[in-house]
Design a binder for this molecule. Structure first.
Ligand code: HEM
Length: 406
């Protein structure tokens, strides 16, 4: 019997660590875009780096499916039914339409009205003038917003923070190490995710029995063209909203404060002209997309950027690289709030375009407005370099700041 030999990847093709930020990653992505807009690695996985090709794949869900069962066993099907981001049409179309029906304009407006208030409440509770911005503010604002939407009691939020942190600890495994790949998969699929699912199942069962005013009760009752969600679909959709809407938005706020620390001129401009904040948020979203890459699975043999991709291939679409593609954004590695960055792909594109994009932008805008109003200066403390999770989400573990109250 011959021993199986794992293929090894040329180290020059492995992405640099993001533990201390993107200073190595951005030049590496520039080299990848120039040399291999679409790269096939020795495992047969494809990595797409250029804006046009990323957008093309996102616009073609028939060929580039979001459903992992095309390449992986069905074992996790119960875990994913209702999770919009891993579904294809027609099931995706049904769940998205029902979710949109439950996310009524009145519910969105009520939620928006709460965001500024929640931001003020969190700042009222900040301990002293030196603190960790992540644990005191940026993690909590989106979590409180999405949990109010879902009707999760405040007392349970620390449990959600713990589960989220456990998920973030799952590092992007070294593809040259089978044990690391396996451990990462097990931890991601059968650890905190299952516990969250049990929690949400309990909440949904309670709301099914005793409906009250709230998004989940609306979701359980919403009917579009005679179709409703099954209980496990509603549970998974709720988890998806919670996961998708928490660390992503937290990451925007934390990265924004880091950018202000690097660009005091931008901070000064935003203070004198707060109308610039939405453009600055767009640029921050472009510069450091909280979800740096998306996954797709080919349903058929296809071609992208001149590269043949066989059916049943795993394809990674780098939103981070697309957002730094010099063909679309001049001088892409500079942070420039005047560039008009709204074309970024940070919220995806096509049928899976982020369900919460408007909410996320409102959170960022109100969060930053509240900070600039409350503090006349926000200084990112030098000392230890800021450390980031090495997960599928790009977000700092902690950002120590010193503030002066206005
Ligand atoms: C800055 C914050 C956010 C970022 C960067 C972000 C990013 C994304 C991206 C890239 C996708 C596309 C996934 C794909 O095509 O595979 C997506 C989808 C999604 N997002 Fe967001 N998101 C954010 C905030 C939110 C919020 C606040 C919510 C809800 C409360 C939310 C809910 C969702 C849902 C449900 C989907 C799946 C949509 C579908 O597949 O049809 N997101 N998000």
């Amino acid at each position: 019997m011959t021993d199986f030999v794992m293929p090894q990847i040329d180290p020059a093709l492995l992405p640099p660590s993001v533990r201390f930020g993107l200073s190595d990653t951005l030049p590496w992505l520039g080299r990848m875009r120039a040399a291999n807009p679409v790269l096939r690695d020795p495992f047969g996985m494809h990595h797409v780096f250029t804006y046009a090709e990323v957008q093309q794949a996102l616009a073609d869900p028939g060929t580039f499916s979001s459903d992992p069962s095309h390449v992986m066993p069905q074992a996790a099907a119960e875990l994913s039914a209702g999770m919009l981001a891993v579904m294809d049409p027609p099931a995706h179309t049904k769940v998205r339409r029902i979710a949109s029906a439950a996310f009524t304009p009145k519910r969105v407006k009520d939620l928006n009205d709460r965001i500024a208030q929640i931001a003020e409440e969190l700042l009222d509770a900040v301990p002293g003038d030196e603190f960790d911005f992540v644990t005191a503010f940026s993690q909590y604002l989106p979590l409180v917003v999405v949990s109010e939407l879902l009707g999760i009691p405040k007392t349970d939020l620390p449990q959600f923070i713990a589960w989220t942190e456990a998920l973030l600890q799952v590092t992007v495994p070294n593809p040259n190490d089978a044990a690391e790949m396996d451990a990462a998969m097990q931890a991601a699929m059968f650890g905190p995710l299952v516990q969250m699912q049990q929690y949400m199942a309990g909440l949904c069962a309670e709301l099914r029995a005793n409906p009250r005013d709230g998004f989940i009760s609306d979701l359980l009752q919403a009917e579009v063209d005679g179709e409703r969600l099954a209980d496990h679909e509603a549970v998974n959709l709720a988890i998806q909203l919670l996961q998708a809407g928490h660390i992503t938005s937290a990451s925007v706020l934390a990265n924004f404060v880091l950018r202000l620390g690097e660009h005091p001129d931008v901070e000064a401009r935003l203070r004198t002209d707060p109308a610039l904040i939405p453009a600055a948020v767009d640029e921050a979203l472009r510069f450091t997309p909280p979800v740096p890459r998306l996954q797709r699975f080919t349903t058929t043999d296809t071609k992208l950027g001149g590269v043949a991709i066989p059916a049943k291939s795993m394809v990674f679409l780098s939103l981070l690289s697309a957002n730094h593609d010099e063909k679309v954004f001049a001088n892409p590695d500079a942070f420039d709030i005047d560039r008009g960055a709204a074309r970024n792909l940070t919220f995806g594109h096509g049928i899976h375009y982020c369900f919460g994009a408007a909410l996320a932008k409102t959170e960022a805008k109100f969060g930053i407005e509240a900070l600039l109003r409350r503090y006349s200066s926000i200084e990112v403390l030098a000392g230890e370099p800021v450390e980031f999770y090495e997960s599928e989400l790009f977000t700092p573990k902690s950002v120590r700041v010193r503030v002066r109250r206005a």
